[in-house]
Design a protein around this ligand. Sequence first.
Ligand SMILES: Cc1cc2nc3c(=O)[nH]c(=O)nc-3n(C[C@H](O)[C@H](O)[C@H](O)COP(=O)(O)OP(=O)(O)OC[C@H]3O[C@@H](n4cnc5c(N)ncnc54)[C@H](O)[C@@H]3O)c2cc1C
Length: 378
Amino acid sequence: MPSLSANRHDIAVIGGGIVGLWTAFEAARQGRSVVLLEKRHIGAGASGGLLGALMPHQATSWNAKKQFQLDGLLTLEDEITALEELTGIDTGYRRCGRLMPIRNAEKRRKSDEWAGASHDAWPYPYRWMVAEATIYSDWLSPDEMPLGTNADNLSARVDPRNLVAALRKALELSGVAIREETTILFDDTRKPLLPDGTPVVAGHVVLSAGWQTFGLVDPEFAEPTGRGVKGQAALLKPAQPIDTAQPILYDNGTYVIAHDSGLVAVGSTSEDAFDDPASVDEKLDAVIDRARLLCPALVNAEVVEKWAGIRPRASGREPLVGPLPGFANTLIAAGGFKISFAIAHLMAKAVLAQTDDANPAFLPDIFLPKNRLKSLHD
Ligand SMILES: Cc1cc2nc3c(=O)[nH]c(=O)nc-3n(C[C@H](O)[C@H](O)[C@H](O)COP(=O)(O)OP(=O)(O)OC[C@H]3O[C@@H](n4cnc5c(N)ncnc54)[C@H](O)[C@@H]3O)c2cc1C
C-alpha cells in the first residue's frame, strides 16, 4: 500500500461516521481528491445505530443554531434523493412528522406558543400544531395524551445504517480512498500520523472522529473540548404489521420510530458516566417499557436487537465546525450530539468552505472553534 505521504490528497477525513462520510462525499463532489481514514470500519461509531430521528427544535426563542438545524432538515431530503439516485440504495427516509403527548395545562399552554412560533420561524407548509387525541389514538395511546398532542409535519426519519451504506457506496463511486482499521493519532507537533508513524500528508485534514475527537485534541487546549454521552436503543418487531408511515413518538427522551422494514426503533438512554461503551442493561429495558406504554402496537412486540453507542457532545453543547486553533491545516467537524443526522451534510459544507478560507453565512459563529476553544499554543 503506498504511504499517504507519497500519495497526497487534497482532503484527509478522519472518522467514517455520518459527519466524516458526508464530508468526504461533499469534498469529492467538489472535485477534490479525498482519503477517508477510519479506526475500525465505516459506521462503527454512533452512526451505526438504530433510531434516525430528524426532529426540529421548538420554534420559540429562535437563534442561529435552530436556524442551522432547520436549514439541515429542509435541505436533507434533496441530498438524500440525489444520494439514492447515485447509489441505488434506499435510505428509508420519510418526512413522517412527530407527536409529543400533552399531559397538563402548562404543557398545553406552551404547546400553543410553540405552534404560534412555528408560523414565523418555519416556511410553509411546515407547522407545529396542537391536535386532539382521537386523531392518532391507534398509534399513540390516548391514556398518554389526556390533553391532546403536539404534532409537527417537519420531522422526518431515516434508517441510519442504510444511510451509512449509501454514503459508503457514494464514496466508492466517487473515487474516495477508504482505509479502515487505520487509527490516526497526533504527534507532539499536532500533526496526524498513521499507525506506522507515517505522517498523513494532505492539503487539509478534517477531524470527524465522533466523541473520540475530543480525547485526540484535548491535551492541546486549556479546557476539555467535549465528551461522550452513552445511549442505548432497541429494535422491536410488532406482533401485527404496522403502518410504517406513522409519525415519530417523542416523550421526555423516549423515541418510537417506525421504519420501512416494519421494525420499530425505540430509544434512548442518556448516560454521562459509563464503563463499557457497548453494553446494554436494565436502563434500556426501562425505555422499552416506557415505549410499550406510549405505543399500543409495541405491547407484544419482540425485541430483535439491543444496541449502544456514544454521542459526541462538545463542551458548550453546540457542534464545533472549523479550523482547530493551534493545528496547521486541520479542521474539526464534531459534536452533533443528538441531531447529527439532520445537520451532518451542512457541517460538511461548512467545514470544507473553511478550507478555502470562506466563512459560510449559514454557520453560526458559536460553532467556530476559535470562538470556543483556548489553545495552549497561542
Ligand atoms: C442511542 C443513540 C440514539 C441516537 N439517536 C439519534 C437520532 O435519532 N438522530 C440523530 O440525529 N442522532 C442520534 N444519535 C446521535 C448520533 O448517532 C451521533 O451524533 C452521530 O452518529 C455522530 O456522528 P459522528 O460522525 O460525529 O461520529 P461517529 O458516528 O461516532 O463516527 C466517528 C468515527 O470515527 C472513528 N474514529 C474514532 N477515533 C478515530 C481515530 N483516532 N482515527 C480514525 N478514526 C477514528 C470511529 O471508529 C467512528 O467510526 C443517537 C446516538 C445514540 C447513541
